[in-house]
Design a protein around this ligand. Structure first.
Ligand code: CUA
Length: 498
């Protein structure tokens, strides 16, 4: 009996040591844990943007110089139609967000001050009407402000070319390289969710235990096979049919380990699926093939923006098939089911831009779900303190002041129209939008219909009413998800695609 106790004790201690070692070695990877604090209430009403109108207008001289420059530079067509919106501001009372010292490609936040401090050998000459006002002479220092989004092309008399892209500050965040690979290890990216500590520890403990037992058992097998191999002069010994000590050992120890794993796993699971009552709530709608995140003030986006150090609760549903919300750094993966709501929550501990994918096969473009026109994937942005509230206000203000064509173009990506419809004339899952407005299009029933405002509208609300031959009738209805203004915007955008 004494030997049983000693034997049991030895193995139990070894298992515990293996556990502790695994947990210590692989470590828990979430950040230092700040004390949970009540979430800030997002502003209900969108605050008007701080900078409504800038008084200064680009000088006539710059515009005149531009005409000459454009002729000289040849046919560098601006990729984006944008108004001349580069204005000069005094350098002394503004802190520049960026400083350029020569013609390089750069990205700046819309409405931030950009300082151009050029050496005596380099100058900047705008390439087109779009970039009018973007003119800096050699050796000059000017502070400019880009008051609208767009790409502004320029060149230098040294034949160098450059482009500056102005984007809203939150668009710069979503276009950043994802931070997932910073500080992770071989197994997982670094967790930024407060509750991820427990699930990570579970993962490493199970991994450590499995490794320990695999090596111990495989080692014993190899050792015994070699030691008792058949040799001349050796007779097989009779093996015992029964050994109480051994049988009790291999029952009791695994039981203890399993009960421990169960207890730890269960309490962690309960924590992971129970969001705190005070959480920022965001509605998630998934469909083939995009995300739509709706915030408390009505702002909708296909990237998920959340505040830092605040619990976030997602209320999710799908328009068509199963999808799955997966944010690896949050250790959150939850199926999204049509006609019912599922939930997920997390507590972000570190601002950054992180990966966000669909983790359930949902059809042809599953791997492209949430991808934008320029090939960027949907992301999860954790804002610095105060950034989330600013995002809600700025985003709301932006969508109200967009001209219809720009709003339509924005919705084309944000509502995921781009997953099925191209704007370059090629066919995808659905027909292209380019050059079709005003033409007669054939229908599946053999008749024809004029592609006009009414047809576009009907196709968004009742997609199957007049379907086109050669395309699967798989478009979901956008009834209730597009405001009248949005519908007009999309129609205006389709009209603009000649
Ligand atoms: Cu949505 Cu896969």
């Amino acid at each position: 009996m004494k030997s049983i106790i000693r034997y049991t004790g030895t193995i139990a201690v070894t298992a515990m040591v293996a556990w502790a070692t695994a947990a210590y070695l692989f470590g828990s990877s979430a950040d230092a844990q700040p004390a949970p604090q009540p979430p800030p209430q997002p502003t209900e009403q969108a605050a008007p943007q701080a900078d409504g109108s800038s008084g200064a207008q680009p000088g006539a001289a710059a515009a005149a110089a531009d005409t000459g420059a454009a002729a000289q530079a040849g046919s560098a067509a601006p990729p984006e139609p944008a108004k001349p919106t580069i204005v000069e501001v005094p350098c002394d009372n503004a802190t520049p967000a960026t400083t350029f010292t020569g013609p390089v490609d750069g990205e700046v936040a819309t409405d931030s001050v950009v300082k151009f401090a050029l050496p005596p050998s380099v100058d900047i000459i705008p390439d087109s009407q779009t970039s009018a006002g973007l003119e800096v002479k050699a050796g000059q220092t000017r502070c400019l402000k880009f008051t609208a989004d767009g790409t502004f092309l320029f060149h230098s008399s040294t034949k160098q070319r450059g482009a500056i892209t102005a984007r809203q500050w939150y668009d710069i965040l979503v276009n950043k390289q994802v931070d997932d690979l910073k500080g992770g290890n071989f197994w997982m990216p670094k967790a930024v969710n407060l509750t991820a500590d427990d699930s990570d520890l579970m993962y490493y403990a199970v991994l450590g235990l499995s490794l320990f037992f695999f090596l111990a058992i495989a080692g014993a097998v190899v050792f015994l096979v070699v030691k008792y191999r058949h040799r001349p002069g050796h007779k097989p010994e009779p093996s015992p049919a029964h050994n109480d000590a051994l049988e009790i050992t291999w029952t009791v120890i695994p039981t203890i380990i399993c009960v421990f794993l169960f207890y730890y796993g269960w309490t962690t699971y309960v924590r992971v699926v129970t969001p705190p009552t005070k959480a920022v709530e965001i509605n998630v709608l998934a469909w083939r093939w995009n995300w739509q995140f709706t915030h408390s003030n009505g702002v909708q986006d296909s990237d998920l923006h959340v505040p830092v150090n605040t619990p976030v609760r997602l209320v999710m549903t799908s328009k068509d098939v199963l999808h799955s919300f997966y944010a690896p750094v949050m250790r959150v993966k939850q199926d999204i089911v049509p006609r019912r709501y599922t939930y997920a929550w997390f507590f972000p501990t570190k601002p950054g831009t992180y990966r966000l994918t669909c983790a359930e096969y949902c059809g042809t473009n599953h791997s492209q779900m949430g991808i934008t026109n320029d090939g960027r994937r949907a992301v999860l942005v954790v804002h610095e303190p105060g950034g989330y509230e600013r995002y809600l206000a700025d985003k709301a203000a932006q969508s109200t002041k967009l001209p219809p064509v720009d709003l339509g173009k924005l919705l084309y990506e944000k509502k995921g129209c781009n997953a099925c419809h191209t704007v370059d004339g090629s066919a995808r899952v659905g027909p292209t939008w380019k050059g079709t407005f005003g033409t007669m299009v054939p229908l599946s029933d053999g008749t024809q219909v004029k592609m006009d405002e009414s047809y576009i509208r009907e196709s968004m609300i009742y997609p199957q009413a007049k379907s086109r031959p050669g395309y699967p009738p798989s478009m979901p209805s956008f009834e209730g998800q597009l405001k009248e203004k949005d519908i007009l915007g999309i129609i205006a955008y389709i009209k603009s695609l000649k």
